[in-house]
Design a protein around this ligand. Structure first.
Ligand SMILES: Nc1nc2c(c(=O)[nH]1)N[C@H]1C(S)=C(S)[C@@H](COP(=O)(O)O)O[C@H]1N2
Ligand SMILES: [Mo]
Length: 335
């Protein structure tokens, strides 16, 4: 049985320059003392070690003090943390949880990446349903928790790369999307999968303010991409349920593609025969292709993709890897 990662060890050697700490001082002050402790080198290790200890407590079925941790907020909260699948290793330190959960792209709320997490309070993620539609044997609308309970949750550490050149490395919790595809029993006519995000303008101010976008958000993958072993239906991060700002209660992750190929807060999964339109391609066809695989040699029309930087330090450039370093899993899809 795989065990959880030793996050304190995984983050040894994390470097946060004093300049960066200074630049982010306002943000961290708002975040409180625990976060300030977390950003110093050994402080970060301590913070993550504390998370590990709490995770261990929660995992202990005999421990009646679990109430000391986070309250049970959904019918599937007790599935976290899920066992780590050690097959997927990183070439770099994990990002700090406070960075991954407070620097987000989620235009339904705001285009300001550092503000998304403050604007999700009104967003309701239960009750929640996911409609399975199109060329499938079993078209059905699932209650999200019934669906999650049918899946085998595991934890994987993946690199993540936004087209804007920021990157992170995080422990996702989720299930191989292939498991859900198999449950749906697609027919031979299903060649692509289309995902649709939630549509609640009353709870998501960006959907009202940015009325030039074609809401709700929609994305797609070929069946081969969706069934690739790397592709996850994601329900958690850092050993807990996904925070709203990271796409609760269900998103997709394809780590070899730019981040916008990973739709958040999904309400519909449709099996279709033609390549589906996508939100960003419709908004800007010259800049965002359907495939959108990470590639250092294919510049975005407005900037180079040769380098990336790990949040929160944009001064340290790292070379971008083709397929974000996942070529051994996916290159054959594109030959
Ligand atoms: N519904 C929806 N999904 C979305 C987006 C969005 O604006 N709306 N942004 C995408 C982009 S551009 C990125 S980089 C990732 C960001 O995920 P994160 O905030 O968890 O890092 O979500 C993707 N999924
Ligand atoms: Mo992105």
């Amino acid at each position: 049985m795989p065990v959880r990662p030793n996050w304190s060890r995984a983050t040894d050697g994390v470097e946060v320059t004093p300049e960066e700490v200074f630049a982010n001082r306002r943000r961290f002050l708002k975040a409180g003392l625990a976060t300030i402790a977390a950003i110093g080198g050994s402080g970060l290790a301590l913070h993550l070690a504390g998370q590990q200890a709490r995770a261990d407590d929660d995992a202990d079925a005999d421990n009646n003090d679990a109430a000391e941790g986070e309250p049970q907020t959904t019918p599937t909260s007790d599935l976290y943390p899920a066992p780590l699948n050690e097959a997927y290793t990183l070439d770099r330190d994990l990002s700090a949880e406070t960075d991954a959960t407070r620097y987000n792209n989620f235009y339904e709320f705001t285009t300001d990446k550092t503000e998304v997490w403050k604007k999700v309070d009104k967003f309701e993620i239960r009750p929640w349903t996911v409609e399975i539609a199109g060329h499938v044997k079993e078209a059905k609308t699932w209650d999200i928790d019934d669906l999650i309970k049918r899946m085998d949750l595991e934890e994987r550490t993946y690199r993540f790369r936004c087209v804007e050149t920021w990157a992170m490395a995080v422990p996702w919790t989720g299930f191989p999307l292939k498991q859900l595809i198999d449950l749906c029993e697609p027919t031979g006519q299903a060649k692509y999968i289309r995902f649709v995000s939630f549509n609640k303008p009353d709870q998501a101010p960006g959907m009202v303010e940015y009325d030039w976008y074609n809401w709700p958000y929609y994305e797609g993958l070929s069946m081969a991409e969706a069934a690739n072993e790397l592709t996850l239906g994601v329900t958690g991060i850092y050993g807990k349920e996904l925070p709203k700002q990271n796409g609760a209660p269900l998103r997709v992750i394809t780590p070899w593609k730019y981040g916008y190929k990973s739709p958040k807060s999904i309400v519909k999964i449709e099996f279709v025969s033609e390549q589906p339109a996508t939100f960003w391609n419709d908004a800007n066809p010259d800049e965002y292709s359907f495939e959108s695989n990470v590639d250092p040699d294919v510049p975005h029309p407005r900037w180079s993709q040769a380098h990336e930087w790990m949040i929160p330090d944009r001064t340290k450039k790292i070379k971008t890897q083709k397929y974000n370093g996942y070529g051994e899993y996916v290159a054959d899809l594109y030959e």
